[in-house]
Design a binder for this molecule. Structure first.
Ligand code: RAT
Ligand code: ZN
Length: 421
């Protein structure tokens, strides 16, 4: 048998080659808050939306004397004016969320030297939503995004009455937070409104769990999600003698197995630490990951996707993934989605888990953000990978470009699709 000769890479050309490969790899973005254009107003895009991103709202209150009441009673364009003036004109836009706006405007070809917000608005006025979506996907080099689909939101429910799901750039995910975090209020109320016969008590009767399972099945069949998802507080425990514990055991885990649908847990958010900030008011806390360890050990036939919000939990999460192949860890979520921390987490994950991870998701809420979130993330992924490949070459391993392409495709796209199979 003859061994085909392949061209091995010299170490000097490595940074350029890895960067080319990372830039040209199409991405599946596994968690966003974006919507297909058919969802109408639920799809946010344009400069005023970009500037009023909740990450920037939180930063504005730190540098402006505006009161909560003044801010919230101002129309969106006025809020955007204030944010622009405060974070971009009166101060240099150094934070990651601010830099994101700059990267986006630049990649859209707008003149940053003008610093003219009205000029940026005019650019968007001339665009149709479809054209803009095409442009964002092209500039971000993203193949598809997973939406966050919430059957507890009446506005979104109405869209699903007629939505054809014919735009395959937008994949669905069934978000079920109220079932696990607010069953006594939104959970029961919504189920009853939709005709599921659950009683109002806070212990899940046999009848109520049957109804919740029916609700989940109906929505899975309707929206064909890639996974079910929930965000959980740092106080999350499992097993637990609580409505949440029961819901997980009797409804979520069996349905997840029945449909071969991963359950995505996003753990570590304390909601409304400062309620005055609304969506921008959530905080972070460390979680005792024994909860996940128990879930993984007791449910080897279930698939779990997990990301954690605190920096302190990242290492433990990697170690757990080494123990349980039914756990796929993903993304640098929200408060850890900053270059210095992404770099650290990505290195840590590659060192502990090799290529068996999904290094990033965008969490984009506004279509424009797809552009900067992936531009910034690609830069870091590329530089971390370059260092790792350099170490390998220095240790004596020879690499080909094709092997690098294979690895990057796994990280940015195929690990997700394979995990779903
Ligand atoms: O990152 C965010 O925008 C947060 O507000 C949350 O949406 C978080 O990502 C979540 O999905 O709960
Ligand atoms: Zn999110």
């Amino acid at each position: 048998m003859t061994i085909q000769k392949v061209e091995m890479l010299p170490i000097e050309s490595l940074p350029q080659i890895v960067d080319d490969v990372v830039q040209s790899q199409e991405i599946i973005d596994i968690h966003t808050h974006l919507f297909a254009p058919a969802f109408g107003k639920l799809l946010l895009w344009g400069i005023d939306e970009l500037l009023t991103y909740h990450y920037l709202i939180a930063e504005t209150f730190r540098r402006s004397s505006v009161t909560y009441d003044q801010f919230w009673s101002t129309p969106k364009s006025g809020q955007a004016d204030l944010i622009w003036q405060t974070l971009f004109i009166n101060n240099s836009p150094l934070s990651e969320a601010c830099r994101g706006v700059i990267t986006t405007l630049k990649m859209l070809g707008l003149d940053l030297s003008s610093r003219n917000l009205q000029g940026y608005r005019d650019y968007f006025t001339d665009l149709s939503v479809d054209d803009f979506v095409n442009q964002a996907f092209r500039l971000a080099n993203v193949k598809s995004v997973v939406m966050t689909n919430d059957p507890f939101d009446p506005v979104e429910r109405e869209v699903w009455e007629t939505y054809q799901a014919d735009d395959d750039r937008f994949l669905a995910a069934l978000r079920i937070d109220p079932l696990l975090n607010d069953y006594g209020n939104t959970g029961i109320e919504t189920l009853q409104t939709l005709g599921y016969d659950v009683d109002g008590t806070l212990a899940l009767s046999k009848q109520a769990s049957r109804q919740v399972r029916r609700f989940l099945s109906d929505w899975i069949e309707r929206i064909q999600p890639k996974y079910m998802a929930v965000s959980l507080p740092p106080t999350f425990r499992y097993p637990e003698d609580s409505i949440r514990g029961q819901m997980i055991q009797e409804c979520i885990l069996p349905i997840s197995r029945q449909y071969n649908l991963p359950w995505a847990l996003m753990i570590g958010v304390t909601r409304a630490v400062n309620p005055q900030l609304r969506l921008a008011g959530d905080g972070v806390g460390k979680v005792d990951l024994t909860c996940l360890e128990n879930l993984l050990r007791e449910n080897p036939d279930n698939k779990f996707l997990t990301t954690v919000l605190s920096r302190e939990n990242q290492h433990e999460l990697c170690v757990l993934a080494r123990k349980f192949p039914n756990l796929m860890i993903f993304g640098c979520w929200w408060f850890v989605n900053n270059p210095s921390i992404i770099q650290e987490i990505t290195q840590e994950r590659l060192e502990l888990l090799g290529l068996s991870i999904i290094p990033q998701h965008s969490d984009a809420r506004i279509m424009d953000q797809l552009i900067y979130k992936w531009t910034h993330s690609r830069q870091i992924i590329s530089s971390v990978l370059t260092e790792k490949y350099k170490d390998l070459i220095n240790s004596g391993w020879e690499l080909t470009r094709l092997e690098i392409e294979r690895d990057v495709a796994a990280l940015l796209s195929e690990n997700f699709t394979t995990f779903l199979e």
